[in-house]
Design a binder for this molecule. Structure first.
Ligand code: DER
Length: 232
C-alpha cells in the first residue's frame, strides 16, 4: 500500500544516518519495524557494526530475529542516535507518541541519545498536536483516582476536549512493558503542548506522557511515490 511504501522509504532513508560503531536506539511501531529490518540488512550486506537498544520487548524480539545486536540501556549508557516513529509531529517537530504503548521506554531512550530521528508518513503531520489521543502512562494503583485528577487538571488548561479512557487489551486493561496502564486523553487540540507535558507529569500516579517536546531533531517523511523529505 502507499502508506506502507511511505513508511518503508522513510525508514530506509533514516538508516543512512547510522554509521559504523554507533549505539542506536530502536523505536517501536510499524515504521520503526521497517527501520530495524533495514538495519539488519546493512549488518548482513555491508558488515555494518552497531549496538542497538530496544524501546519495547517486541522491538527487541524483532531485532534478535533480523540480526541486530541488542544491549540494555544501562549497558549502553548513552546513544549516538535513536530512530523512532510518531503518531503526530507539528512544525516545531514536537510529537505525540505512544500509540504503540511504548512511550515510557521510548522517551527514556530518546532522551539518552545525541539525536532523535523520527520516521513517518505524511499523515502524521499536523498543524496542531492533539487530534491523536494523547497517551498518559499511569501506575495501576488507584488509576481511577489518577484518571479523575487528570481530567480535573485539564479543565484549567488550553485544550478543547477533556475526556480520557483506559486503554484496553480486549476485556482487560492494556499493560505496558513496565507493567503500567495507559489513559488515552481525547483533547482534540492542544493549545500549549509544552505546558501540558509539564503539568501532566506532576499528577500523582502519572508516570509519563506521550508529548515529546524539544526532543526530536529530524523528521524523515516518506511519500507513497517513494520520495522522501527530510525536515530539521
Ligand atoms: O507508539 C509509538 O510511539 C509509535 O512510534 C507510534 O507512534 C508510531 O507507530 P506507527 O509507525 O506504526 O504509525
Amino acid at each position: 500500500s502507499p502508506i506502507d511504501k511511505a513508511k518503508f522509504v522513510a525508514a530506509k532513508r533514516a538508516v543512512d544516518y547510522v554509521e559504523d560503531g554507533m549505539k542506536v536506539g530502536l523505536g517501536t511501531g510499524s515504521t520503526a519495524a521497517w527501520m530495524v529490518k533495514c538495519l539488519g540488512e546493512r549488518i548482513r550486506d555491508d558488515g555494518l557494526r552497531i549496538t542497538g537498544v530496544a524501546t519495547s520487548t517486541r522491538t527487541a524480539e524483532l531485532a534478535q530475529k533480523v540480526g541486530v545486536p541488542v544491549v540494555s540501556l544501562d549497558e549502553a549508557k548513552w546513544l549516538d542516535l535513536t530512530i523512532d516513529g510518531a503518531d503526530e509531529y507539528d512544525h516545531n517537530l514536537n510529537l505525540i507518541k505512544g500509540g504503540g504503548g511504548a512511550l515510557l521506554m521510548e522517551k527514556i531512550v530518546a532522551t539518552a541519545s545525541d539525536e532523535l530521528i523520527v520516521i513517518a508518513d505524511l499523515s502524521k503531520q499536523v498543524e496542531a498536536l492533539g487530534a491523536f489521543p494523547l497517551p498518559v502512562e499511569v501506575i495501576p494503583f488507584g488509576w481511577q483516582t489518577t484518571k479523575a485528577l487528570v481530567e480535573e487538571t485539564l479543565v484549567n488548561l488550553d485544550v478543547l476536549g477533556r475526556t480520557s479512557a483506559l486503554r484496553m487489551n480486549g476485556a482487560t486493561p492494556y499493560v505496558t512493558d513496565e507493567g503500567n496502564f495507559i489513559l488515552d486523553l481525547h483533547l482534540k487540540r492542544i493549545g500549549n503542548p509544552r505546558q501540558l507535558a509539564l503539568v501532566m507529569n506532576q499528577i500523582p500516579g502519572v508516570v509519563e506522557n506521550g508529548l515529546f517536546i524539544d526532543i526530536c531533531d529530524v523528521v524523515v517523511i516518506g511519500h507513497g511515490d517513494g520520495s522522501v523529505e527530510v525536515r530539521d
